[in-house]
Design a protein around this ligand. Structure first.
Ligand SMILES: C[S@@+](CC[C@H](N)C(=O)[O-])C[C@H]1O[C@@H](n2cnc3c(N)ncnc32)[C@H](O)[C@@H]1O
Length: 229
């Protein structure tokens, strides 16, 4: 019997710079002047807000082939579904958002910022889909993936995760940070241990880094992936 949010597909919801900063423990000043990639960035406002504070962020998601008038209604449907679906679930802690209505306000704010930045700065938004990304080898100092890997372990199988990590690290010269490491059942994904022990990823180093942000229970950490030298 499931206790967590039930989803049949990857939803189209976006988070804000504040949320990214908290769960990736991002020191914004440290990343100024570096090339940052946000994969599966969707309708997040991270890219727009990060540029506004001087970061060089490229966002990559399959939806960037679409126009804002197609994206908005898809996102609104998913937001209704998720806000309704997370009520009373034991898999969440409400310390940060306090209520589903406040969480919804974060998502709506992210959507509006994204929808104005996307047409205004199209060069920041690149259409692409894991496990193949349209970027050169080691083009980025920092690559982020928020709410695609591990969370959607039921929709995206282990082989997808393995190939995705290989591809993320092909385009990354510094480090990748992946969040969360739990599924929507708030249980650490088995794929994490599989990735760490996978001989085809032996050239990579994996480190679980604790943070002080927890919405999905047990999600107060991110995965840092670096190249072994
Ligand atoms: C839940 S949203 C997360 C958006 C953003 N990262 C955040 O945390 O606010 C998941 C995103 O993954 C994107 N997505 C789905 N399949 C993908 C794939 N194979 N490669 C990259 N992105 C994908 C969706 O279009 C959607 O925008």
């Amino acid at each position: 019997m499931k206790q967590g949010l039930v989803l049949d597909r990857v939803v189209l919801l976006g988070r804000t710079l504040e949320e990214y900063r908290r769960y990736f423990a991002l020191e914004l000043a440290a990343w100024r002047g570096r090339a940052v990639l946000d994969v599966a960035s969707g309708v997040s406002s991270f890219c727009a807000e990060a540029h506004a504070v001087g970061l060089n962020v490229t966002a990559c998601d399959p939806i960037y082939e679409l126009t804002p008038d197609v994206i908005r209604p898809r996102c609104e449907v998913d937001l209704d579904w998720v806000v309704h679906g997370i009520r009373d679930r034991p898999t969440y802690r409400w310390d940060f958002y306090q209520t589903p209505a406040r969480m919804r306000a974060f998502r709506e704010a992210a959507l509006e910022v994204f929808l104005s930045d996307f047409p205004a700065h199209p060069s920041r938004y690149v259409a692409g889909r894991l496990p193949e990304l349209p970027f050169a080898d080691r083009a980025f100092d920092l690559t982020l993936v928020s709410y695609l890997l591990f969370a959607y372990e039921e929709q995206l199988n282990y082989e997808f995760h393995r190939r995705a990590v290989l591809e993320l690290m092909r385009v990354t010269r510094g480090e990748a940070r992946l969040y969360p490491l739990v599924s929507f059942e708030a249980r650490r994904s088995d794929y994490l241990a599989q990735l760490v022990g996978d001989a085809s990823l032996a050239h990579l180093h994996f480190e679980v880094v604790p943070t002080d942000f927890e919405f999905l229970r047990n999600s107060n950490c991110y995965l840092r992936v670096t190249h072994r030298h």
